[in-house]
Design a protein around this ligand. Sequence first.
Ligand SMILES: *[C@@H]1O[C@H](CO)[C@@H](O)[C@H](O)[C@H]1NC(C)=O
Ligand SMILES: *[C@@H]1O[C@H](CO)[C@@H](O)[C@H](O)[C@H]1NC(C)=O
Ligand SMILES: *[C@@H]1O[C@H](CO)[C@@H](O)[C@H](O)[C@H]1NC(C)=O
Ligand SMILES: *[C@@H]1O[C@H](CO)[C@@H](O)[C@H](O)[C@H]1NC(C)=O
Ligand SMILES: *[C@@H]1O[C@H](CO)[C@@H](O)[C@H](O)[C@H]1NC(C)=O
Ligand SMILES: *[C@@H]1O[C@H](CO)[C@@H](O)[C@H](O)[C@H]1NC(C)=O
Ligand SMILES: *[C@@H]1O[C@H](CO)[C@@H](O)[C@H](O)[C@H]1NC(C)=O
Ligand SMILES: *[C@@H]1O[C@H](CO)[C@@H](O)[C@H](O)[C@H]1NC(C)=O
Ligand SMILES: *[C@@H]1O[C@H](CO)[C@@H](O)[C@H](O)[C@H]1NC(C)=O
Ligand SMILES: *[C@@H]1O[C@H](CO)[C@@H](O)[C@H](O)[C@H]1NC(C)=O
Ligand SMILES: *[C@@H]1O[C@H](CO)[C@@H](O)[C@H](O)[C@H]1NC(C)=O
Ligand SMILES: *[C@@H]1O[C@H](CO)[C@@H](O)[C@H](O)[C@H]1NC(C)=O
Length: 489
Amino acid sequence: MARNPLYLALLAPLVHYAKAAPQAGNAAQITYADGVVVPATPPVRTGMPVSHGPFTGVATMTGALTAPTVLGTAITGRPPSSAATTYPSDGNLHDPMLIPYAPGGGLGTNGTAPVYNVKSDFDYQSLALALYVEWFEMDLFRYGLSQFSQAEFAAVGLTPEDLYLIQFMAEQEIGHATLISNILGPSAPKQCNYNYPFTTVSEFLDFSQKIARIGESSVYGFLPHLDSRAAASLLLQSIAVEARQQVIFRQFMGLFPMPVWFEVGVPQSWAWTLLAPYISSCPADQTRLAWQNFPALTIVNQPNPVLTNGSMAFNQTISPGTNTLNSTGIPSNQSCVNATTPLADCKAAISSNRTIPLSAAGREVSLTWDLPGKQVGPENSYITTSQAGPAKFVAWVTQLNITYSPLTGLTGGGGGGGGNMTGGGNATNTTGTMSGKTIQPDLSTFMGDPAINGTIFIAITDSNPYLTPFNLSLINPHVVAGPALYQAG
Ligand SMILES: *[C@@H]1O[C@H](CO)[C@@H](O)[C@H](O)[C@H]1NC(C)=O
Ligand SMILES: *[C@@H]1O[C@H](CO)[C@@H](O)[C@H](O)[C@H]1NC(C)=O
Ligand SMILES: *[C@@H]1O[C@H](CO)[C@@H](O)[C@H](O)[C@H]1NC(C)=O
Ligand SMILES: *[C@@H]1O[C@H](CO)[C@@H](O)[C@H](O)[C@H]1NC(C)=O
Ligand SMILES: *[C@@H]1O[C@H](CO)[C@@H](O)[C@H](O)[C@H]1NC(C)=O
Ligand SMILES: *[C@@H]1O[C@H](CO)[C@@H](O)[C@H](O)[C@H]1NC(C)=O
Ligand SMILES: *[C@@H]1O[C@H](CO)[C@@H](O)[C@H](O)[C@H]1NC(C)=O
Ligand SMILES: *[C@@H]1O[C@H](CO)[C@@H](O)[C@H](O)[C@H]1NC(C)=O
Ligand SMILES: *[C@@H]1O[C@H](CO)[C@@H](O)[C@H](O)[C@H]1NC(C)=O
Ligand SMILES: *[C@@H]1O[C@H](CO)[C@@H](O)[C@H](O)[C@H]1NC(C)=O
Ligand SMILES: *[C@@H]1O[C@H](CO)[C@@H](O)[C@H](O)[C@H]1NC(C)=O
Ligand SMILES: *[C@@H]1O[C@H](CO)[C@@H](O)[C@H](O)[C@H]1NC(C)=O
């Protein structure tokens, strides 16, 4: 505990506030001129200047961090324990109260002082991943601001006041990176060098919107599984801000800010797969991650939000995985940026109706994906892998639902059988590209809320296991390629 600065940093202000709290009747005695001054925790610094562009060296080590003992290849689904349904959910109290107004139960509610540290490999690796994302976003928002002129931002409807909001979002990331670094301690991952795919303001906004979706959704995926409830409570408070950032980038693109009733959570390896390709290198002593990098998935007809009819886009992305829009060379009569009718335009706005939705149920979606075995991530030192058999389904992971649509029209390099390293697939031919098609499904979370909307996750799988938000990570051994971010709305 002594080497965990956060524990002390958090307690210190509480002590000061307790002393400073005005007592009933003596509020008039408080003088604000020389009021309470509580020194703040300095932000974490890695002391490394960030550079941009691809990595050109050679990896000195490869592969994800792995434990000396690995006990199996898949986690078996099993029924819930009989105790899972024994609490009678009838509105009556069934247990003694510790004190008045404090119903029995809950975790961390009995007075034991919280310790804001990690309590397992799962916790460490999850928070370390979140820290990679926070560092990434801090640099991304600053870099985007530095790359484009005020006139270029003004062309999509962003004012200098909007640009200050982007700057402030970068500052929020300083706080988030400091928080997670303090929780992890001295081995916390440091800031890296990055290789962004965007060259225009619209591409920067779309990339940021998608990176924020990845950061937010990966935390929702692991937060309820953390051993450390105390660390989870702090991370929750930072991810609540991340969620607002995602909405703001959508508004900056003239997208409807939140076209869903629930935000989706995804496994850590999905976030790492999507983020790693944009990290070119990290400091020499960087803490490595244990998560998987799956083969990249490209949405050939990814809907493009800068088109008046976004779903007519074909091959208009600047990279696989995030499938960020390409805004270069779009004819002005197809662009919605300068459209003159309000329902067709996509300038920055608090809320926007699109006359033509970006996608709809029944849309044919064309996909291509890599075979495993590519070098990706910092120093190209992680290797894409898949444990899955032949590609058969597309998993649509949205809101509360995991749905599968059949994959058809399979063609492909390396001899076919994508991801099947033992059979038809040829895992050693990493230049081979697989392709297939599917149809965007039609389903709702609850009546009145179509599940597929906003920025969602899809992946190629070898089967269609029944999964729900709390056990979605069981999908990983079935992932052939992906995830990709599908711009459904
Ligand atoms: C208080 O609750 C924690 C779990 O939240 C438990 O580990 C601890 O044993 C409890 N302490 C007491 C005194 O009941
Ligand atoms: C939008 O583009 C799609 C794909 O090209 C096409 O099927 C659809 O009819 C278009 N919608 C409108 C309203 O033009
Ligand atoms: C997509 O566009 C890129 C770059 O313009 C080009 O190299 C590639 O061949 C195109 N792919 C398809 C399937 O049209
Ligand atoms: C974006 O589109 C333009 C015009 O079609 C093309 O020249 C360029 O190569 C594309 N960019 C990428 C990264 O594919
Ligand atoms: C939209 O209009 C602005 C201002 O006239 C111009 O700078 C920009 O290039 C236009 N964008 C498109 C996609 O036509
Ligand atoms: C845009 O203009 C081109 C050339 O004038 C034309 O061929 C095309 O049909 C137009 N597209 C739309 C969506 O109006
Ligand atoms: C915006 O879209 C909603 C849902 O389709 C519709 O009910 C509403 O009338 C639209 N508003 C405007 C101003 O077009
Ligand atoms: C997504 O939500 C927006 C806003 O409510 C709506 O206009 C659009 O039709 C929806 N798209 C789909 C695919 O349901
Ligand atoms: C791989 O493909 C071969 C031939 O299609 C099949 O026999 C084998 O069961 C597959 N392996 C897995 C793990 O799915
Ligand atoms: C790998 O697969 C690609 C795509 O099918 C094919 O063009 C290429 O010849 C294959 N390479 C080797 C070495 O087999
Ligand atoms: C797989 O591809 C490699 C080269 O890409 C080739 O040398 C090897 O013979 C192929 N193996 C099979 C089983 O096709
Ligand atoms: C989507 O999730 C909701 C909430 O769990 C559930 O009620 C609904 O049945 C699911 N829909 C489908 C098609 O799986």
